[in-house]
Ligand binder design. Structure first.
Ligand code: 6LW
Length: 504
């Protein structure tokens, strides 16, 4: 569809919502970027930009069931981790890890990054996560993985040559050297990594050497980027990739989070993609400030058209930004069964199941409102905010004529409110509210208010739930909130869904 949900581009993060582990490349005047997608299908969102600030999703690299195996017991935050996107020899190359046992690292290629992407080439000889691809002047392809280790490969066949060899373990004592990206820049090969773990201590460090396999000398100023021990609104900055712009300037894309509330600060949108300027001093990259403001760009911005608020399911095609859990079989997800409606047919009995039938989009704004018109005559389902299978809230309409607000927090599950419904289709709503007064060290990030709306537009709030329980600090893991439609019994029909940023 042309009216793709476009992230609001006026500020950093340039791609809000859970879009971590960004990898970027430039072809002429066009920039392309890919992010992790974990247990959701389709996998690996791919974005396009002409100015590095305004990004539009143009597709997903793994959008056919044959390319992506996510079994029914795939845990939350399993699945696809940390891609590297490169353009080489007239083709786009994307390498990524499916952490599902027996899957591992794989490569897909495309001439058009909007797709179609190829079937995957598997890399059984390359263990580990966060694979990178770099080609040297001889055309040898170097695959570097977290740790940090390296092996030569044939990216067309997946064949490996020689042994996996450690090349740099990062700063002595720092946790989790990962997210390597290797570049030839000027006279040196640079090895950019993340370290310190993907929480508050996350950072970016760099080393350089005379050849792609080192030896690597660490930058004396490492880490070259971190927000650890600072009070700024952007935290956990790390997992970065570099790109040189058309005008010769250098830029970094990276992940960061925006904690809200008191202590310890809760981030609810997952790890988002930020942009920072890079300059070079004595042959080392120096990263500019990463804050909520955009860096000053040396060229005019090319704003994307505002996104359509509403999906009316009039087209049989769904936007690229819609995601489902694990897969999207036609017998469970249909826009054809009842034309103009989305029909979801239940598979799991509740959102506690890893393979529940859910069609959602990332929550991309700290405040939002979402609504849907649901027909529950043939089944139970509703409108959910999901962090993972153990942390989710929902308002559910049932064929017995009731609506319920259900909260699942860790091992606890409760019906927070129940209400009789008029017969026929009904509008379900969720919106964010401020955390309740008094504001002190224990104040949470937000509240999520669920309810129903009568045909005359009167809203009835049914329950206001503390948003901290749908945060990464509580739930753990690597993802962020998803706002979505779901079915837990029978067939449930949705006429439309809308998502409005900035509503309290
Ligand atoms: C990813 C690792 C990380 O593989 O988190 O922040 C993991 N960095 O590099 C999942 O996103």
């Amino acid at each position: 569809m042309s009216d793709e949900y476009a992230p609001v581009p006026a500020a950093n993060p340039v791609i809000p919502g859970f879009h971590p582990d960004p990898s970027i490349c430039r072809v002429g005047e066009d920039y392309y970027l890919a992010c992790s997608s974990f247990e959701y299908f389709p996998g690996i969102p791919v974005f396009h930009s002409r100015d590095l600030v305004n990004w539009v999703q143009i597709g997903n690299a793994l959008d056919r069931p044959g390319q992506l195996r996510l079994p029914r017991d795939t845990p939350s935050s399993g699945g696809l981790y940390a891609p590297t996107l490169r353009h080489h020899d007239g083709r786009f190359w994307l390498i990524v890890t499916n952490v599902t046992p027996g899957e591992g690292n794989l490569i897909v290629t495309a001439t058009d990054p909007a797709g179609p992407w190829s079937d995957p080439v598997r890399l059984p000889g390359v263990p580990g996560i966060d694979p990178d691809l770099a080609w040297d002047e001889d055309g040898t392809c170097w695959c570097t993985v977290a740790g940090v280790s390296q092996i030569r490969i044939d990216p067309g066949t997946g064949e490996t040559f020689g042994e996996l060899r450690p090349v740099w373990s990062g700063t002595p004592g720092a946790a989790a050297p990962e997210a390597p990206h290797l570049y030839r820049i000027g006279d040196h090969w640079y090895l950019l990594i993340a370290e310190g773990g993907t929480e508050r201590g996350h950072c970016v460090s760099v080393a350089r050497g005379p050849s792609p396999d080192g030896p690597f000398e660490p930058c004396p100023a490492n880490p070259i980027l971190t927000r650890r021990s600072t009070s700024g609104p952007v935290q956990n900055t790390g997992h970065a990739d570099l790109v040189q712009a058309v005008d010769g300037s250098w830029w970094m894309v990276l992940l960061g989070v925006r904690p809200q509330g008191g202590t310890p600060g809760w981030h609810v949108l997952g790890r988002e993609t930020f942009l920072a300027p890079v300059s070079w001093v004595d042959g080392w990259p120096v990263v500019g400030e990463v804050g909520p403001e955009l860096p000053t760009m040396p060229w005019p911005l090319v704003p994307t058209p505002p996104s359509a608020e509403r999906d009316d399911f009039a087209s049989t095609e769904l936007r690229h930004s819609w995601i489902s859990l694990l897969d999207r079989p036609a017998e469970h997800y249909s826009t054809r069964e009842r034309p103009g409606w989305l029909t979801l047919r239940a598979r799991g009995a509740s959102l506690d199941e890893p393979d529940a039938v859910l069609l959602g989009r990332r929550q991309q704004h700290l405040t939002f409102r979402a609504r849907t018109l649901i027909d529950p005559a043939e089944g139970s389902g509703g409108l959910a905010v999901r962090l993972d299978d153990r942390h989710h809230y929902a308002v559910e309409a049932r064929p017995d004529g009731t609506a319920r607000v259900i909260a699942r927090i860790g091992s606890l599950r409760t019906v927070a409110a129940e209400l009789p419904l008029p017969t026929g289709p009904v509008v379900l709503t969720v919106h964010t509210g401020r955390a309740p007064e008094p504001h002190d060290a224990r104040t949470g990030p937000d509240t999520l208010i669920f309810g129903v709306e009568a045909s005359d537009g009167t809203m009835t709030d049914m329950a206001s739930l503390d948003g901290r329980y749908l945060s990464t600090e509580v739930a753990g893991g690597f993802t962020g909130r998803v706002v979505g439609l779901y079915a837990t019994e029978g067939a449930v029909h949705f006429d439309w869904f809308d998502y409005l940023p900035g509503h309290r």
